[in-house]
Design a protein around this ligand. Structure first.
Ligand SMILES: [Zn+2]
Length: 241
């Protein structure tokens, strides 16, 4: 069974921290989605790949993913050569998603940057019939980008995730090893600072405020979304813009 949306990122937890609410919303609308981590996050300061794998599986279940898998391409220097490209091309052909989600290819973290570029290129190449892999040629409609750590300016569109905020929170909390745990002797990282999840949530509030809702997830695209109802689209927030 094909998926409608395929979220591909560099590390287990990237998707949950950026677009988990959107995926939960798509699920509620009856769409099918999968999550693919390009690496196992083995260079991460905290947790082991095994712990992160178990956490990632749990988070995917909470969000309602059809599947989650890791291509294990190598963390901390994600390779984007032909070999990686062919893996991602074949994955896209196998799942035939209509929309692919990937990190914005100008992110601060080089692995996010590379993941964004790799997925964008693979989504295009996947449509070339003469490029043979195990599955038939297929090209998704669009790659949509989620900003990971950097604010990346004003998003091109925002998804209202207010009704799904508890699911989003629960999926994030599944990554216990990465976040603040009182009494933990693991080295501190940005993620494990006490207020990191608050910071992530304040971004969801800030994105939400742009469209007049409590929580939103902002995205960037190379093509603007089609708007069917101008009045409805721009209703519900502070007038005067
Ligand atoms: Zn990451």
């Amino acid at each position: 069974m094909p998926v409608d949306v395929l979220a591909i990122s560099a590390h287990p937890d990237d998707v949950e921290l950026t677009c988990g609410g959107t995926l939960a919303r798509m699920k509620a609308l009856g769409y099918r989605f999968g999550i693919v981590d390009l690496t196992r996050g083995e260079m991460g300061t905290r947790g082991t790949p095994e712990i992160r794998e178990a956490e990632a599986r749990k988070a995917a279940q909470i969000l309602g993913a059809e599947f989650r898998e890791s291509l294990d391409l190598g963390d901390g220097g994600l390779p984007i050569g032909r070999e990686s490209e062919l893996r991602v091309i074949d994955l896209i052909r196998r799942e035939t998603p209509r929309v692919v989600l990937a990190p914005w290819p100008d992110d601060r973290h080089p692995d996010h940057r590379r993941a964004g570029q790799l997925v964008t290129d693979a989504a295009f190449y996947a449509g070339l019939r003469k490029l043979e892999t195990a599955h038939a040629a297929y090209r998704p409609q669009l790659t949509v980008y989620f900003p990971t750590f950097d604010p990346q300016g004003t998003p091109d569109f925002v998804v209202d995730v207010t009704p799904y905020i508890e699911i989003r929170r629960a999926a994030m909390r599944a990554f216990e090893s990465q976040f603040h745990k009182p009494g933990s002797t693991d080295p501190q990282t940005i993620l494990s600072q006490r207020d990191f999840l608050d910071m992530i949530e304040s971004r969801a509030r800030q994105h939400g405020s742009l469209i007049g809702v409590e929580f939103g997830e902002g995205f960037l695209t190379k093509r603007p979304p089609r708007v069917d109802d101008l009045v409805k689209t721009f209703s519900g927030f502070e007038p005067g813009y």
